[in-house]
Design a protein around this ligand. Structure first.
Ligand SMILES: NC(=O)c1ccc[n+]([C@@H]2O[C@H](COP(=O)([O-])OP(=O)(O)OC[C@H]3O[C@@H](n4cnc5c(N)ncnc54)[C@H](OP(=O)(O)O)[C@@H]3O)[C@@H](O)[C@H]2O)c1
Length: 364
């Protein structure tokens, strides 16, 4: 024990921790049933943790806000790990290594991992959660702004890339429908459909979102599913020859309507079922994930061995102007719970992230 402490002190000898920097984090204090509330979370502050041998301390710069985080609050299926009560909320993040006692990570490295809803994280590089068993990834700031490591050049972009290319396999001239079309994954999936020559129809919840995906992201058609009485009829009107591919981010009633418009042999990728994430079933129990993996529910991590191929193509498409992305930045870690709840009100366009700290000097 004494040896460990002295090793820490030796390693920290040249490190001056900013006196005003505190370890701030959100704990989950209640497993919600139905829509979460701000009272399900507790904000706590403490002194900065120091990394023991084999670990490093990260200052989180951006935190990802994802629909899946709602699932983590109840552990609804076997692909999702339960956030323990009074444990820190899980979340992908990108940050800068402040102090390292790990041979492979150096002070100043930009890294991404499931660092959680906190201002600082102590990590060992190995990855611990089923959501990311592959460990901490170093981010090359030359590829783009570091925030993209948790967005278009992270899980969201890779999800869109592999689900469109490996499951839908788009062919020029085909018609593709995308739900949650103005969201993080949906915006990228729709544009990949366009890159492969498809006619792409987006479904989203407001006229403003419809206008945005048509004007800024190249969708051919957009339907406001909230103000449309008969969604299947509305799709048939603009796709009289039927739908060849459905990119399903939401499940539920929207998926039922789209299924009535599918051509024989149409391909569907089931990427998410957000309509159910806050559902309550039976006697007030949280909704339970009904799908076995054999039902071909898409899981981005199944493609982890090919991530570099996906990142290369996504980054090239961005450079070539074929793929645009948008970040919806919420300021301040203290607003993370509200940022998550607002996803379920459709408050975002593009990738929702929380800015937790200023970018490191000289890094975009
Ligand atoms: N399988 C995988 O490996 C994987 C990986 C990443 C994400 N996902 C899934 O992909 C989907 C999209 O994720 P994302 O990160 O891109 O989120 P997102 O689409 O950016 O954000 C959530 C959006 O979902 C829509 N929404 C919210 N509540 C809804 C409801 N009750 N019914 C219908 N739509 C609702 C809203 O869009 P509108 O305003 O358009 O309704 C909202 O803006 C989610 O289902 C997520 O779980 C799966």
């Amino acid at each position: 024990m004494d040896k460990e402490i002295s090793q820490i002190h030796v390693a920290q000898a040249d490190v001056r921790l900013p006196a005003d920097e505190r370890h701030r984090r959100w704990l989950l204090i209640r497993h919600p049933v139905g829509l979460p509330t701000l009272d399900d979370f507790l904000f706590v502050e403490d002194i900065l943790p120091l990394p023991p041998p084999g670990k490093f301390l990260v200052r989180v710069v951006y935190l990802s806000i994802d629909p899946k985080q709602r699932l983590l609050m109840n552990a609804t299926h076997r692909f999702v790990e339960l956030v323990p009560l009074h444990g820190p909320m899980f979340g992908n993040a990108v940050g800068e290594v402040m102090i390292s006692n790990h041979p492979e990570f150096r002070r100043g490295d930009i890294v991404t991992d499931i660092f959680g809803w906190q201002s600082h994280a102590v990590a060992d590089g190995k990855g611990h959660y089923s959501s990311n068993p592959y460990g901490t990834r170093k981010v090359d700031p030359a590829l783009g702004p570091i925030s993209t490591a948790i967005g278009v050049l992270g899980s969201g972009g890779l999800t869109a890339y592999f689900s469109v290319l490996r499951e839908l396999k788009p062919r020029a001239g085909e018609t593709m429908v995308v739900s949650s079309a103005a969201g993080n994954v949906g915006l990228i999936a729709g544009q990949i459909g366009k890159i492969f020559g498809c006619r792409v129809i987006g479904l989203t919840s407001t006229d403003h979102k419809c206008e945005t995906i048509l004007r800024d992201f190249g969708y051919d058609e957009a339907i406001n599913y909230r103000t449309t009485n008969d969604l299947a009829a509305a799709i048939r009107r603009i796709a009289p020859k039927g739908v060849d591919m459905y990119y399903d981010n939401v499940g539920g009633r929207i998926a039922e309507a789209v299924s009535q418009t599918l051509n024989p042999g149409a391909r569907v990728t089931l990427v998410g079922v957000i309509e159910h994430y806050n559902s309550v079933v039976g006697e007030g129990k949280p909704w339970n994930w009904p799908f076995a993996k054999t039902m071909s529910y898409f899981i981005v991590h199944d493609y982890h061995r090919e991530y570099q191929v996906g990142l290369r193509d996504l980054s090239n498409w961005i450079k070539q102007g074929k793929l645009k992305y948008r970040e919806d930045v919420v300021e301040g870690l203290e607003n993370a719970p509200a940022a998550l709840l607002d996803l379920f009100a459709g408050g975002n366009i593009g990738k929702r992230i929380v800015r937790v700290a200023a970018n490191p000097a000289g890094i975009a």
